[in-house]
Each structure stands twice: as structure tokens, then as C-alpha cells.
Design a protein around this ligand. Structure first.
Ligand SMILES: [Fe+2]
Length: 396
């Protein structure tokens, strides 16, 4: 009897973006963009622009009579105010669709542009928070093509745009189907040059998306299938990609896992590890995957008893040799096995590594409960404000 055997399958929706997957796919972008518009704003990671990718794509677009402007001044953890400023320029340029190229930051930036070219107020007003009235992207939101150059954020297959508000030192997320990419061009060749440290950080982010969507109280048969597959692929390929970045097969597999894990969180979001990591990321400008690595094991330690079946399944995916242990024994091993994965990819960090101290715990807790309450509610272990404080303390 499987997990759904007793109670049947509840109502749910499932979807994927149109994905053009494979080495060299980006060279065919002109075929994919036909009919999307006449002038593209290309939001591209500065490094990828410096090696000529932005100009290469612009010249391909020109062959099908599509003009473009390139914005490459995109920082990690993109600022909502920068999005607002660049959206005004894109509007003045009469851009009518967006091509976002890079890691999560560039794609999130591009999604912000898609909303704000015809939007009102600030992109921050569109983020999901319970301390302001949330504006919703209109039908005039620009269509978007996402081209990831890292494998981890899964932003190419999500309707999320994570933005940073430097005035508040907080990050929040626009969540809306209108920013779901029309097409995701996932070309593993673009990821070969990713340094080992970024491979580890972004790859662990993909693992976290898969794990968190798997344990989510909102998980459905589609996300469960996708999450398990993504976790399995990451565990089997990430250590190799970190050690040997030129391994094309490992890169391909991770690119697919990242897109899958993104599709899982696109449906149901994440849970407690992301909810605790994002505030620290905003406060200290930490790489996203590093901030999740800093709290994942501690969250698992307080959570595994909340759903023995699921945490046991995660342990068995990571280490199939433990399948003969009891359900409880396997579930209990989950934090240790994830910690071992972090060792294998040389990504053992604490929140104190980024400068966080006990004095910052109250602020981080408040941000988590304000900006990430909807993900906290989906975590299988219910946590109080005090329990969140205690987890932060343990992560220092
Ligand atoms: Fe993430």
C-alpha cells in the first residue's frame, strides 16, 4: 500500500513550464521567442555578460527582427529599488518581453522587471507580507523567458521573485502565476564554468527545495514524485560536480534536478529551513544556498519525529543501504545523513559564519514570522516563536 493507498488522492493541480532542455539549446533561442514581442529587455548576470552571452543572444534575436536592450548591473540578492529603476528604463525603451539569464538573482530580477514595466508603486509592494497590502501583478505583466546559468534556485520553473529591500535589510517574495516563465531554456553547457563553491551552494539549494517540498503539509502526488526524484539526483551528482566541475553528465543531471525541484516548490512553496534562512540572507547578504546549509541540519533535528515515514524516506534516498532499519531508526538518521552530504560538498557553515550573533535572533525571528509565515505553516513540525528563537541559537 503506498502513501495514497488508504485515503485516495485529494484534489490538486500540476503544471510545468515549457522546458527546452539540453546542451546547446540556448543557441536556438531565436526559434523559441518568435511571437513573444518586438523588443526584449535582457536581464543578465554581469559575469555571463562579460563572457559575451548577452551580446550573443542579442545578435541571435536580431536575425528574427527582435531588438533588445541589455541590463547587466544585477547584484546578488537583487534590490527591489533597482528593479523599480530599471523597469522605468525598460518601459522608456518600449520593451515588451523579458529574457532573464543567470542564477536566481538575475532571474528574480527579470521577473521583477516583468511586473514593474507596467506596474505601479514599488516592486516591494508586490511581495507577500502580512505587514502591507499586497499588490498583484496585472494582465499587462510582460512575458518572460528564463535561462538559468546555475543549477539550484529552480527560478526557471517557479512563479517566485525574491527581492531584497536594502532600506529594511529584509527579503520578501513576489508569488504570482503571471511571473511563471513562458519558456525555461535549461542548457547545462552554461553551467560548466560555475566555480566549485557556487556549485555546492546552489546545488544544496536544489536539494533543500526537493526536501522541503517533500515534507510539506501541502505535498501532492505530483510534487512528491518530483521531489523524490530531484533529491535522488542531487545526492548522486552534487559531490561529483563540486569535485569535478567539468563532468558534463553530472552538470546535466543537476540542471534537471534543479528544474524539477523548482517545479515542486512552484506548486507548494518551501518550509521551515528556507523560512529561517531567508531573514539571515537579507540581514547579512549571504549566498542563498549557504544560509540554508547553515540551518538545515538543526531544523531536521527538531522535525524528524513529526512525520517518520517521510523523514525515513529521505534517509533511504540519501543512503539506500539503511533500508533494513526500522522506520524510526531511518527517520532519526536524517539529520546525520544530510550533515554528511554537506561534508561531502564542503559546505559546513553556521549563521555566526556570516556575522550573526545572539543579538540578531529576535529580529530574524520577527522577519521569518512576517515574511515567511506561509512557508512556516506548511512545515510538518509546528513551531512557536520561542522554538524558532531556539533553532536560531543552535545554528550560531
Ligand atoms: Fe531556495
Amino acid at each position: 500500500m503506498n502513501r495514497y493507498g488508504n485515503g485516495g488522492i485529494s484534489l490538486f493541480t500540476c503544471f510545468l513550464p515549457k522546458v527546452e532542455f539540453g546542451a546547446g539549446k540556448v543557441n536556438h533561442i531565436a526559434d523559441y521567442v518568435k511571437g513573444m514581442g518586438t523588443k526584449a529587455v535582457i536581464a543578465i548576470d554581469p559575469y555571463m555578460h562579460s563572457i559575451g552571452l548577452g551580446d550573443r543572444i542579442a545578435s541571435q534575436l536580431k536575425k528574427v527582427f527582435i531588438e533588445s536592450v541589455i541590463f547587466s548591473d544585477i547584484e546578488p540578492n537583487p534590490s527591489c529599488f533597482k528593479v523599480d529603476e530599471m523597469a522605468k528604463r525598460a518601459k522608456a525603451e518600449q520593451c515588451d518581453f523579458v529574457i532573464a539569464i543567470g542564477g536566481g538573482s538575475a532571474i528574480d530580477f527579470g521577473k521583477g522587471l516583468a511586473v514593474m514595466v507596467n506596474g505601479r508603486g514599488s516592486s516591494w509592494d508586490y511581495t507577500e507580507r502580512n505587514d502591507h497590502e499586497v499588490l498583484r501583478p496585472g494582465s499587462d505583466t510582460l512575458p518572460l523567458i528564463a535561462i538559468p546559468t546555475t543549477s539550484g534556485t529552480g527560478s526557471e520553473s517557479t512563479p517566485f521573485s525574491v527581492l531584497n529591500n536594502p532600506a529594511l535589510k529584509e527579503k520578501s517574495t513576489i508569488v504570482n502565476e503571471r511571473i511563471f516563465p513562458r519558456i525555461a531554456i535549461v542548457d547545462p553547457e552554461l553551467m560548466i564554468s560555475m566555480p566549485s563553491k557556487i556549485t555546492a551552494s546552489t546545488g544544496f539549494d536544489a536539494f533543500a527545495h526537493a526536501l522541503e517540498s517533500f515534507i510539506s503539509l501541502k505535498a501532492n502526488p505530483f510534487t512528491t514524485m518530483v521531489s523524490k526524484e530531484a533529491m535522488s539526483i542531487v545526492v548522486r551528482n552534487l559531490p561529483e560536480a563540486v569535485a569535478n566541475g567539468g563532468n558534463v553528465k553530472a552538470r546535466e543531471n543537476l540542471a534537471w534536478a534543479s528544474t524539477l525541484a523548482g517545479a515542486a516548490i512552484a506548486h507548494i512553496g518551501v518550509t521551515l529551513p528556507h523560512s529561517l534562512a531567508q531573514p539571515v540572507g537579507g540581514m547579512f547578504g549571504v549566498p542563498h544556498g549557504d544560509s540554508i546549509a547553515a540551518c538545515m541540519v538543526n531544523v531536521l533535528e527538531v522535525s524528524w519525529q513529526s512525520d517518520l515515514e517521510k523523514f525515513a524516506a529521505i534517509s533511504t534516498i540519501i543512503d539506500p543501504s539503511i533500508s533494513s532499519l526500522t522506520l524510526r531508526q531511518r527517520a532519526e538518521k536524517c539529520p546525520e545523513l544530510v550533515s554528511r552530504l554537506l561534508s561531502d560538498i564542503n559546505l559546513h557553515v553556521k549563521f555566526s559564519t556570516f556575522g550573526m550573533t545572539e543579538n540578531d535572533i529576535d529580529k530574524a525571528t520577527s522577519i521569518a514570522l512576517t515574511g515567511y509565515y506561509f512557508d512556516i505553516e506548511c512545515h510538518p513540525k509546528k513551531v512557536t516563536r520561542e522554538e524558532i528563537r531556539q533553532i536560531y541559537k543552535a545554528c550560531l
